[in-house]
Design a protein. Structure first.
Length: 394
């Protein structure tokens, strides 16, 4: 569960959020474990917790809850582990640590809880020393950046989150967390527009993060996003795979799209479904792009009715992503609903924030055709025919 901030200062919420997030990642590394993603867990933030009800809703045996109370340079964390079936408190502990050593504290919490529930910790302790930031002020800014990014992904405020990462890198140019999240600033433009993505910069930042700490899962996810946006789908899948090895419950928004690019729609649907199972409430962080991926996958399987169901869900979940209407117009045309397709395309073109207005501009944005598989190109021809039917100029 999201840890509570007991400081009375809402500006300190990010500390509780980041500790909850890091613990989720740590527990996901336990062999044969199933850990609900932080995006679903955070839907309970600020609400009364009924442990038995949560166990039934999410299908989990244990709940970890706690609180964070910063005071000057010190940080007190209380944590307790509860059995959702019996409501019994299995373990509780308190940690008083220096704020400059948050990662040490996180490792201690994970290790003690692992012992308490009889699970052997598989994470090598050496990673702790590798990832600890050289400058605690930079790490604090990077924590703020990652927490803000998760809250503001689909809003106009996301650039303010990235500025925190930029400030962290001004202090410590080798802060791995800041490098990884800042890389996403440049690849997210690929999804959101209207500014063109700076994929070279995205790749540089992610590659440097991996060089500094090859065991940080977000660095590999950022690398996968950069490769994905460049049209190098098979390499992207390898990077996403490494991220999943390091953090098995990661929610990778680009992975199903990579499977679509190599024309494996079944795999795209399977991963999207698995990700949504890990995050059943999908409160806006990754859900829209999983819906979008399923829409394209079903269209590749020529199930246009299902494709339209999912693209409409994507559009409703993230109206800020203006290209959803663009894709819906093509899918409507492919389904034979030409009048609706043309009306939808006209609404898309009337928006002054669209990233492309012609088929050639869309192709330039989507990447070189040689990066796609033959099966994808066959589907792509049908898709382009749908765009023409919908009224998109050449």
């Amino acid at each position: 569960m999201p840890f509570a901030n007991l400081s009375g200062d809402a500006n300190q919420d990010y500390l509780a959020d980041v500790i909850s997030d890091e613990l989720t990642t740590g527990f996901s590394r336990f062999r044969n474990s199933f850990v609900i993603s932080r995006s679903t867990a955070f839907t309970y933030k600020g609400k009364p917790i009924n442990v038995r009800q949560i166990g039934k809703e999410l299908g989990v045996r244990y709940v970890l809850e706690g609180s964070v109370q910063p005071s000057g340079n010190r940080l007190r964390v209380n944590a307790q582990l509860i059995d959702t079936e019996s409501d019994a408190h299995l373990w509780a502990d308190q940690f008083d640590e220096d704020r400059s050593d948050l990662l040490q504290m996180q490792d201690d919490v994970v290790t003690r809880i692992a012992v308490a529930i009889g699970i052997k910790l598989t994470e090598e302790r050496a990673r702790k020393a590798q990832t600890r930031a050289a400058n605690p002020n930079a790490e604090d800014l990077a924590f703020r950046c990652s927490a803000a990014f998760m809250r503001t992904l689909w809003t106009s405020e996301r650039d303010s989150a990235f500025r925190l990462c930029e400030q962290a890198l001004e202090i410590d140019p080798q802060n791995v967390r800041a490098l990884s999240y800042l890389s996403l600033k440049f690849t997210m433009r690929f999804y959101l527009g209207p500014d063109p993505p700076d994929l070279r910069r995205a790749d540089e930042l992610a590659s440097l993060a991996i060089k500094i700490d090859p065991d940080y899962h977000m660095a590999h996810e950022a690398k996968g996003e950069a490769l994905q946006a460049m049209g190098r789908a098979r390499e992207a899948i390898d990077s996403y795979g490494r991220a999943l090895i390091l953090a098995p419950n990661s929610i990778l928004i680009g992975l199903p799209l990579a499977y679509i690019r190599i024309a494996e729609p079944e795999q795209a649907i399977a991963y999207a479904d698995k990700a949504m199972r890990l995050s059943p409430h999908h409160p806006g962080l990754a859900g829209p792009l999983f819906y979008f991926s399923k829409a394209l996958a079903f269209s590749m399987l020529q199930d246009y009715e299902q494709a339209l169901v999912w693209i409409e869900r994507a559009e409703a979940a993230a109206p800020e992503i203006v290209v959803m209407g663009f894709y819906r117009s093509a899918l409507l045309a492919m389904a034979g609903r030409e009048d609706e397709a043309r009306a939808t395309m006209q609404r898309f073109l009337a928006n002054d924030k669209v990233p492309f207005r012609t088929i050639s501009q869309w192709r330039d944005r989507a990447g070189p055709p040689s990066s796609y598989s033959p099966r994808y190109l066959i589907w792509g021809k049908k898709f382009v025919d749908g765009l023409r039917t919908a009224g998109l100029p050449e």
